[in-house]
Design a protein around this ligand. Structure first.
Ligand SMILES: C[S@@+](CC[C@H](N)C(=O)[O-])C[C@H]1O[C@@H](n2cnc3c(N)ncnc32)[C@H](O)[C@@H]1O
Length: 274
């Protein structure tokens, strides 16, 4: 009992320290994400200092600040200066947002083709879940979807989620983005399509084997998973490894899977049920 209490106190102390550090205090990362990561490391390591170091390394990979960010404050100000009817102005602003983060920047040369390819497979959805969305919701104007679509976006980063909701409102969509750790609290909203772009390999390093239970808990017809076919430098091919990850994730489940590629992004279409 005492041991448990001591462990809880240790976890709590590390979590507080991390959340109040200059690196994370402005980001509004959910406490349960940090707790989840710290708890796991504390239970695996005998040395608390090593556990904290490992937890910080994991969190850095999860939040991935090295992938890029806009200045959220000035981006928000710029958005308020664009009239709602100025669709071209809003699109130009979205392009800047998409360029600010490497996952969406890499998708830009093929943005329309990417979404045509996706919806040719899945059909046009009425409800979308964009899981670990990053800056991807700013691609909405190129998706060819109606503004009546319910587009639920989930990310850990509060300024990013707030900006997404402000953009949704400006574009005439419902502001359905939320700060959620989708691994800790799997979204239960039924949907036609879930996007899970460029994140499955990170889920795997955060918690080995976690993608399978995650996919099983989603109440959706299609899970569209993408993974990079090359690493960030473009020097290493990763196709075989990524394909194996997806095959292993759904092995033994009665789900159909198809694969295609647009640009340097592998796209897996997982059909869960009718
Ligand atoms: C590699 S980026 C991918 C962005 C987007 N899916 C895309 O491909 O354009 C990872 C994003 O997922 C978010 N993220 C990572 N783990 C998450 C989790 N467990 N729940 C919600 N968001 C998460 C990060 O904050 C970051 O914005």
């Amino acid at each position: 009992m005492n041991d448990c209490k001591e462990t809880d106190d240790t976890v709590d102390q590390i979590v507080r320290k991390i959340l109040s550090s200059p690196k994370y205090r402005e980001l509004g990362i959910p406490k349960e994400s940090v707790e989840d990561i710290v708890k796991r490391e504390v239970s695996r390591q005998t040395d608390i200092k090593v556990a904290e170091k490992k937890a910080r390394e994991k969190l850095h990979q999860v939040v991935a600040p090295y992938l890029g960010d806009p200045d959220y404050r000035s981006a928000g100000t710029a958005l308020t200066q664009i009239h709602r009817d100025d669709r071209e102005g809003l699109k130009a602003w979205c392009l800047e947002m998409l360029r600010s983060h490497s996952s969406t920047r890499e998708r830009l040369p093929n943005l329309e083709l990417f979404y045509q390819t996706v919806f040719e497979f899945t059909g046009k959805p009425n409800t979308v879940l964009d899981l670990a969305c990053g800056m991807n919701p700013f691609a909405f104007p190129w998706m060819g979807l109606e503004p009546s679509v319910r587009y639920y976006a989930f990310d850990l980063h509060t300024p990013r989620v707030n900006l997404i909701n402000r953009f949704f409102d400006a574009w005439g969509l419902q502001p359905l983005a939320t700060v959620t750790d989708v691994l800790v609290q799997v979204p239960q909203t039924p949907a036609d399509v879930a996007f899970f772009f460029k994140e499955a390999h990170r889920f795997e390093s955060r918690r080995k084997g976690s993608n399978r239970a995650f996919f099983q808990q989603l109440s959706v017809k299609w899970i569209v998973v993408t993974l990079p076919a090359e690493n960030l430098t473009g020097r290493h091919q990763m196709r075989d490894r990524e394909r194996m990850l997806i095959e292993k994730t759904i092995t033994g489940l009665d789900w159909e899977i198809s694969e295609t590629e647009v640009g340097t992004e592998m796209i897996f279409f997982i059909r869960k049920y009718e």
